[in-house]
Design a protein around this ligand. Structure first.
Ligand SMILES: Nc1ncnc2c1ncn2[C@@H]1O[C@H](COP(=O)(O)OP(=O)(O)OP(=O)(O)O)[C@@H](O)[C@H]1O
Length: 268
């Protein structure tokens, strides 16, 4: 199979950079323990509006990269620039996060769960409520505003978490294995939903996954991290057209991208 020669990802051509990481590394030091390199050699420029998949095996530093992007950790080395140059960027205000578990407050209804970041940030609540309602519809949960989390399936709970991550209109959305706990069919459905939500919201998204197929299916770009030592081995555009349908997985170009990642991970 010939390797795909990717060009710049279609949706972000010419967009300004939202993230610039250059030579970034992070080492954890615990007292009494040898220093542990969590991630190194991270180089990537993410254009505004891109959807970047971060793929690699367990322990290769994916979450560490997300934490650096969210300003929860400092890098030990390298350049970290978040936000479009010349525009203000405040991590607390401008980052939205989605985790593997939806982490909804079980005593709050869907609408009030979605509103939580707006409350914490002290945003005007009337506008936030309108926006939350719009987002609940956008993630396909119209009619579920007044439900409690226990009344929702796992996929529906993750839709609420996605709406919650967008309610304060962040510039950057970080997703850490958001569909990892879902069954395979729901996961594929959520992949399609995420692409639709991304195309509608035009957010810049960094999406962590263990799944090579998911990384290629979703990403306008893909960063591949390897373990032992934990480093970024490659970063490239995925030049498959959007809107993507599940049938793209049968496309030889899709297979070429997955083969490229398997090869980088030493799993040919
Ligand atoms: N706070 C910490 N202190 C010490 N070591 C840590 C800390 N956080 C992470 N590590 C270690 O750093 C390495 C990278 O962790 P990280 O969570 O970034 O990997 P990951 O690729 O997200 O893993 P997974 O896919 O299993 O979630 C791992 O070996 C982990 O054990």
């Amino acid at each position: 199979m010939t390797e795909a020669q990717p060009t710049a990802g279609p949706p972000t051509d010419g967009a300004p950079p939202m993230i610039r990481l250059e030579g970034v590394s992070k080492t954890y030091r615990s007292r009494g323990q040898p220093a542990h390199i969590a991630v190194s050699e991270v180089d990537m420029v993410v254009e505004k509006g891109a959807l970047v998949s971060l793929v690699g095996p367990s322990g290769c530093g994916k979450t560490t990269v997300l934490k650096i992007l969210a300003d929860l950790h400092d890098a030990d080395e390298g350049v970290v620039e978040i936000g479009v140059p010349g525009e203000a960027f405040a991590p607390g205000r401008d980052v939205g996060m989605v985790f593997q578990q939806a982490l909804l407050l079980k005593w709050r209804r869907v609408l009030d769960n979605v509103l939580l970041p707006a409350e914490i940030l002290g945003l005007p609540m009337r506008e936030a409520r309108d926006r939350a309602r719009h987002l609940i519809n956008m993630v396909g949960l119209e009619g579920a505003e007044a439900k409690y989390p226990y009344e929702l399936s796992g996929g529906m709970q993750q839709r609420v978490a996605i709406a919650r991550s967008l309610v304060h209109d962040p510039k950057l959305v970080l997703m850490d294995e958001p569909f990892g706990a879902l069954d395979a069919l729901t996961r594929e459905k959520m992949n399609l939903e995420l692409l639709r939500i991304w195309e509608e919201s035009r957010k810049t998204i960094v999406f962590v996954t263990h799944s090579i197929q998911e990384a290629v299916f979703l990403g306008s770009h893909c960063a591949v991290l390897t373990a032992g030592p934990a480093r970024m081995a490659d970063y490239f555009a995925i030049d498959l057209p959007y809107p993507r349908k599940l049938a793209v997985k049968q496309d030889p170009a899709f297979g070429a991208y997955t083969a490229r990642i398997y090869r980088l991970l030493g799993m040919e």
